[in-house]
Design a protein around this ligand. Structure first.
Ligand code: SAM
Ligand code: SF4
Length: 483
């Protein structure tokens, strides 16, 4: 193996949600002192990490098929006298454990999501012993206390290589105690825990000092955040958002993913009171049928969700809503599915993710009777997605004529264009110079497509850093889509 101080290539392949994107960046950070630097291809990598997701589909099979490819890379590099450490991290690693090294003996390290702060030690152990290192326990120590400052820019969707750190993720909460019938998260990510306030604020200040202007707070149940504050009391997500809003240079705050049961009055009020809190909320509901919501163990009814949305919209009339849906959960009837379509029509979503139920081993729903036939689930998914696409296009069309503050993150698709995000998380393109990348400016939205909008800068207006977020057209955009 190469000496500890020489530069070594690190290639990380990430599946899954934003939390995995964040984790991959932090694993890169924790390996930097050992000389590891990101490289584009596994062929050039002395270490390859597969950061996996177990939430849906044939997650483990995808990992084993990628491992098959890496086995060849490892063999070719070995022929050239070069070692390759292969590590499998994330939720598949947590769920499969030793099964991974049994089926793929060329894997050196298997580590769960709660142990990646120990990666340097695991690399050293793997090198010394030439054996396997498997760490899938839930250690007593908090990994965040042992991680270096975040330095690696995350591959944030929508951010551009021209300004990689402008938008950043920051994990504030992990794990889940809710045990929805279909979900592996409580088993793979462990019990719910929140990072202390001081650690979150320090990381946010650090990200802002490195150029971040928009931070998305992450957690499997981010609005259940209850980190210990400097005064020893538990802080809510709303209180944390207020403290973050005081950081000079942090223009935008978002958070995801929220559970309807944890949406408290303070957080709703924060949407009214904090201009930095963007008017976009991902609030998964999964189903519009009370029978299914109960079978899923979601702990709320469809009407409770409707009332919650009413309160949110009363606080922030231009709030754009997004959600997750599952069709074909065991026991779902045609009437249940119709109730989901009705809820979608009632609420009007700006965007949403919808999935066909996928049995996860070890979860209660996986053993439940009354499985929905594949072709029925497929038909339901298509019908739901068609409705959601229609609503997304309608939401974008409703934005035409609005004036919005845009954070520009990179060049646009065509020469002379720049791209950014609206407050409602839509990708937006305008004619403009690249000097605006990293700045925010007011834009008149002039045209809409299903997935994006385009517009024109208002007299080249750049918003000075001291100005707060200013959007002068706050129409309740979704009212029209209510049935
Ligand atoms: N904590 C979030 C919540 O409660 O809404 C969700 C987190 S989960 C990582 C993201 C989404 O994946 C879920 O909202 C759900 O729609 C989907 N999902 C989770 N397990 C699934 C399964 N077994 N089959 C299909 N979709 C699933
Ligand atoms: Fe999974 Fe439910 Fe927890 Fe969300 S709330 S992470 S869906 S168990």
């Amino acid at each position: 193996m190469s000496s500890p101080n020489s530069t070594k290539g690190l290639h990380v392949i990430t599946w899954g949600c934003q939390m995995n994107v964040y984790d991959s960046a932090r694993m890169t950070d924790v390996l930097a002192p050992l000389g590891y630097r990101p490289v584009e291809s596994p062929d050039a990598a002395d270490m390859v990490i597969l950061n996996t997701c177990h939430i849906r589909d044939r997650a483990a099979e995808k990992v084993f098929s990628e491992l098959g490819r890496l086995r060849l890379v490892k063999r070719e590099r070995a022929d050239q006298g070069r070692d390759t450490v292969i590590a499998v991290a994330g939720c598949v690693a947590q769920a499969e454990g030793e099964e991974i090294t049994r089926r793929a003996p060329y894997v050196d390290i298997v580590l769960g999501p709660q142990t990646y702060h120990r990666l340097p030690e695991m690399v050293a152990r793997a090198a010394r012993a030439g054996g396997k290192v498997i760490e899938t326990d839930f250690p007593a120590e908090q990994k965040f206390d042992f991680l270096p400052e975040a330095i690696t820019a995350q591959a944030v969707p929508g951010a551009s290589a021209a300004a990689p750190g402008l938008t950043a993720f920051l994990t504030v909460q992990e794990g889940c105690d809710k045990f929805c019938s279909f979900c592996v998260v409580p088993y793979t990510r462990g019990a719910e825990s929140s990072r202390p306030v001081a650690s979150v604020l320090a990381e946010a200040r650090h990200l802002v000092a490195r150029g971040a202007r928009e931070i998305t707070l992450l957690g499997q149940n981010v609005n259940a955040y209850h980190g210990t504050g400097p005064d020893g009391s538990d802080w809510s997500l709303a209180r944390l958002a207020h403290a973050l809003a005081e950081i000079d240079g942090l223009w935008r705050i978002r958070y995801t993913t929220s559970h309807p049961r944890d949406m408290d009055d303070d957080l709703i009020a924060a949407h009214r009171d904090l201009p930095q809190l963007m008017p976009f909320l991902h609030l998964p509901v999964q189903s519009g049928s009370d029978r299914m919501l109960s079978a899923m163990n979601r702990g709320h009814t469809a009407d409770a969700y409707r009332r919650l949305v009413d309160r949110l919209r009363a606080a922030r009339p231009d709030l754009a809503l997004s959600s997750d849906f599952i069709v074909g959960h065991p026991g779902e009837t045609e009437a249940d599915f119709e109730a989901t379509l009705q809820l979608v029509r009632d609420i009007g979503f700006a965007q949403a993710f919808s999935f066909k139920y996928s049995p996860r081993p070890g979860t209660p729903a996986a053993g439940a009777p009354l499985r929905v036939a594949e072709f029925v689930a497929d038909q339901r998914l298509q019908a739901l997605q068609a409705l959601l696409r229609e609503q997304q296009a309608a939401f974008n069309a409703d934005c035409v004529g609005r004036r919005a503050e845009v954070l520009f993150t990179g060049p646009g698709r065509h020469p002379g264009q720049i791209a950014g995000r609206t407050p409602w998380l839509q990708p937006i393109h305008v004619e403009g110079g690249e000097s605006l990348i990293g700045a925010r400016a007011l834009v008149d939205i002039r045209a809409a497509a299903t997935n994006s909008v385009s517009g024109a800068l208002i007299g080249g207006a750049r918003i000075a850093p001291s100005q707060t977020s200013e959007v002068d057209c706050l129409q309740p955009a979704l009212e029209d889509h209510r049935a």
